[in-house]
Each structure stands twice: as C-alpha cells, then as structure tokens.
Design a binder for this molecule. Sequence first.
Ligand code: CA2
Length: 144
Amino acid sequence: MATLFILNGPNLNALGKREPGIYGGQTLADIETLCRAEAEGLGFSVDFRQSNHEGVLVDWLHEAGDTAAGVAINPGAYGHTSIALHDAIRAIHVPVVELHLSNIHAREEFRHRSMIAPAVKGVICGFGAQSYLLAIRALRGLIG
Ligand code: CA2
C-alpha cells in the first residue's frame, strides 16, 4: 500500500490545549485519527509526524522523497520563514501539498507570505481539521 507522509511543524503538538478559537478544539492526535480514516478509505497508509525542529522536517521531506507517494505538510510558522523547507520540497520528486488549519491570509500580515507555496503543488488553508482531509484528497488526485 502506498504511503502518504503527513508532516506537522512547530507548536502543532499544542493543538486543542490553547487558541481553540483559531485552530479548533481538536488535538493533533484527533486529526491523525481523521487522516488515517480518510487516507485508508482512499487506499493509502499514513505516516503522521510532528516536529518543532526545522532540520528534522527537512530530513523527513528527504525521506518522503525516497519512500512516500506524496506529502501533506502543515509547516506551522516555518512556512512563513523557511528557505530550507522550500529547498527540501524542490529537491524531492513526489507531490507536496501545503495546508494550514487557519486562513493565514485573514490573519496578521506576517502570516500572509508562505515561503514554501512556490515549491508545492497547491495550498489549502482555513478549513480547520478539514484542511488535512482536503489535502489528502488533493494528493489522491495528483498521484492518480
Ligand atoms: O493555521 C495553521 O495551521 C498554522 O500553520 C498554525 C501555526 C501558525 O504559526 C501558522 O501561521 C498557521 C501555529 C501552530 C499551532 O500553534 C499553537 C499556538 C497556541 C496554541 C496552540 C497551538
């Protein structure tokens, strides 16, 4: 069974504990459960990971390039800053979809820019936990 990597960046381990008005009340474990059900229904297995460290996310993208069918990434705040994540996505040859829980364009100006958006196949934001499920469906279409 082909595997989707679902990667999560800094502070997403704190979901459900604070800021429910912005990010929803679900924990990352709740979102992982939803992603597994969605992906398995589409014939994929899921490797779901979170790190607060930029270099770890870079390593996981490289690993995905060797072993995964596609990647959905919520880069957290590194999406706004990280040339390293941009380069890592450009370096791999599997489809990558960027996602955010919140609508980053409706928030502070510093969240409007995504450094990785030019390197990914597409961007989904603003749908809460549903953003993850939409990203999985987008990958299904990209992988064919
Ligand atoms: O909307 C998203 O998914 C974000 O990627 C979430 C990031 C934020 O920096 C991005 O701009 C948009 C934040 C991750 C979670 O941060 C928390 C902060 C307080 C309480 C719980 C989580």
